[in-house]
Design a protein around this ligand. Structure first.
Ligand code: SF4
Ligand code: SF4
Length: 242
């Protein structure tokens, strides 16, 4: 049976909640896989070491994970987080950056440190800055349907469906509203469909005279507009068809 893990880095658990929002489809998935690690949903084997002045509790990321769904970015100033993400890569066949924080940094791009109780925790990076990522699913959170579809395709080995997500894993780390400006509008590819504006979860995009206008003050760098735009991907193919 395929072994799936949910790894919680610096995230808000919204991606996991989005997965549970699939109701009976989640039950179908859970019936077809073995959930080997998910701190929010399941107890883990713990190793407890007692010394004179402290108790150490470790919840180890298991070996031989087939698909690791990683939510949240990596705090580079937290050695536990660095250990977790490196162990996840070492122990997993497929690593999925689930959601904007893991895929592109998302709101954690704006972290600057200086807050109690860990003022030194200042630097947060998408997981692809630290480890190789196989698939990335943008969104804050990604829609329940997109998560189920991606997991189902991964279980079935549907490489054609997964290819765009593999592509986003390679290029998606700078995600922001600027993507549709530089990759679509500036390349004369925009057809004014408004999909980017509909996809933006913080309404940072407004259609003005048939073209998207990005309000960068609102943009939370989730990467969804670029991922959803029907013209941002495969422009060479589109040009050939036209
Ligand atoms: S403009 Fe909206 S959809 Fe695009 S990256 Fe920013 S927040 Fe995400
Ligand atoms: S989704 Fe792409 S093609 Fe459609 S309006 Fe936005 S930038 Fe233009």
């Amino acid at each position: 049976m395929v072994r799936i893990a949910h790894i919680h880095m610096s995230g808000c658990t919204g991606c996991l909640i989005s997965l549970t929002d699939t109701y009976e489809k989640l039950l179908d998935i859970l019936g077809a896989v073995e959930l080997v690690y998910a701190l929010t949903l399941a107890d883990e084997k713990t190793e407890i070491t007692e010394t004179d002045d402290k108790i150490l509790i470790e919840r180890k990321i298991p070996e031989n994970i087939d698909i690791a769904l990683v939510e949240g970015s990596v705090c580079l100033d937290d050695h536990h987080a660095m250990d977790d993400i490196l162990t996840t890569r070492k122990n997993s066949k497929i690593v999925v950056a689930l959601g904007a924080c893991a895929a592109s940094g998302g709101v954690t791009r704006f972290a600057r440190g200086g807050q109690m109780s860990q003022p030194s925790h200042a630097s947060f990076a998408p997981i692809g800055d630290v480890i190789k990522v196989d698939l990335a699913l943008p969104g804050c959170p990604p829609s329940p349907e997109s998560i189920v579809n991606l997991i189902t395709a991964a279980l079935e080995g549907d490489m054609e469906y997964l290819e765009p997500f593999a592509e986003i894993a390679k290029i998606g780390k700078d995600a922001c509203g600027c993507d549709v400006i530089k990759d679509v509008i500036n390349k004369s590819l925009c057809m004014g469909c408004g999909t980017c504006a509909a996809a933006c979860q913080v309404r940072a995009i407004e259609m003005v005279e048939g073209k998207p206008n990005i309000n960068s003050e609102f943009c939370i760098k989730c990467g969804l507009c670029g991922a959803q735009c029907p013209r941002v991907r495969f422009p060479e193919l589109l040009q050939k068809i036209e």
